[in-house]
Ligand binder design. Sequence first.
Ligand code: ZN
Length: 70
Amino acid sequence: MERKSFQLGDIVQMKKPHPCGTNEMEIIRMGMDIRIKCTGCQHSVLIPRAKFEKNLKKVIRSADNTVENN
Ligand SMILES: [Zn+2]
């Protein structure tokens, strides 16, 4: 099975869209729990890491790739 990798600052897509209709979340805190912020309405939620990994669909934009346009 494919292992999902993610890090602080990544923009991720979850399996279920946020109630506001946006399906892009930014990882703003990582630890035992992960805090993600909706890029549409700026609402943030704290969810257990296991649940986050289960609900993660894909990483849309990795924070690692931000310097590639230089
Ligand atoms: Zn939202």
